[in-house]
Design a protein around this ligand. Sequence first.
Ligand code: CA
Length: 482
Amino acid sequence: MQSPLLKIALSLLIITSTNTKATALSEANNKSEQKPNLIIILTDDQGYKDVGFNGSTDIKTPNIDRIASEGTRFTNGYVSYPVCGPSRAGLLTGRYQDRFGFTSNPTMDPTVKQNGIPTSEKNIAEVLKPAGYTSGIIGKWHMGTHPELRPNKRGFDYFYGFLSGGHQYFAKDLTLNSLDDVKYKYDWYRTRLLRNEQRVDTDEYLTDELSHEAVEFIKRESDKPFFLYVAYNAPHTPLQASKEYLDRNKHIPKGKRRTYAAMITAVDDGVGQILATLKEQGIDDNTLVVFLSDNGGARNNASDNGDLRGYKNNLFEGGVRVPFAARWPKKIPAGVDYHQPVSSLDILATIVSQANVDISKNKPLDGVDLIPYITNEKTGSPHDILFWRHVKAKSHAVRSGADKLVQVKQETMLFNLDDDHQENNNIVEKHAEKDAVMQKAYQQWESELQDQAFPYLGSWKKNRPNSNKKAKKKNKSKGVDK
Ligand code: CA
């Protein structure tokens, strides 16, 4: 068998061959049966180790763990960017978000027409709609605030949540009626929730509110194929948890970590309710449930990436390798660990392949149907190579087989993740040939990308006049990008 790097070197000679994999539909086993449902449960800034299935000892996640123990745990599961917005744009389109200029978190300014996924791209809801799917998003959107870019205009039949990249968790703090009322940065965290285009009053702790909405959606839609995107903002800052969940984490010393844990406990309860509802509705067997975080743990929320190097907002493993598991009793065998690199980009490719959705007229996907790999029908790695570009940090990364190249400004690092998953031992000087091949592959990929399409998140509205500039400067130096 050729090494992944040799394969890449050869494939560079045939440039157009790199993105064709995902468009090939795999054979359906049961064409006559109803198309499978898809539920994506996405958490926000949750650390790699902060689930039981990746070894957490202080935070208990028995329900999330069921997705892994009754399905597949991906030990090398990646997202396509180390902060919220671009990562979600990649997940939802199945294409590297830099292909359409989604290179950072977008501005919240609702007058900017470019501030989300462009209408030239199709997200999962838009791809599945012609195949008869009903789609819902519960929770965080962050894919554009302009009226033409909001969920109901982008293929989702139902939206319950908020447009911002984070939110206040207690109903009493949701005091703004719309983005028009936002005077200062991050006050968009205080907007009342939306049910489709209507503002609603709420009374529950936000995570509970979202879980209950997810359950109701499943009950309503269980008689026909659906896609449900449960985009929890937990455990993203602000760190806020209700007494019930704090009390269940008294074994953790009082402080940020306990609150963070409590926020995950609330998510875990919600996952339990979602799984129980699938069973009650008789659709457990035919529903693919994918759980993952949108990026690695952040420095500011007391998360734990285990022994992975780095955090949210950088391209070391701690920024882009996330807790990732998938459960589908009909197709995925229980208790399988899958160790080859997989990507959030693969979710769309998997569902369209498994549901026999015709995407031949769509733009080519970067993802791959993972089911044949999980079931050993196909061997080898789903991806010969994966890329990341972080324009603001002047950084990029490439993974091929065990090799990972990380470029940060002028510094080039090469790691062998099989021997050195902590990325401590830079071996680039001994392997100049790998550096050359991977850099060339990156340059080829980068030539296909677009420049940033919209202003940065922080460009809209001023800081509060009494804000602590010193603290903000400190946060900025740590690369915190909300
Ligand atoms: Ca995030």
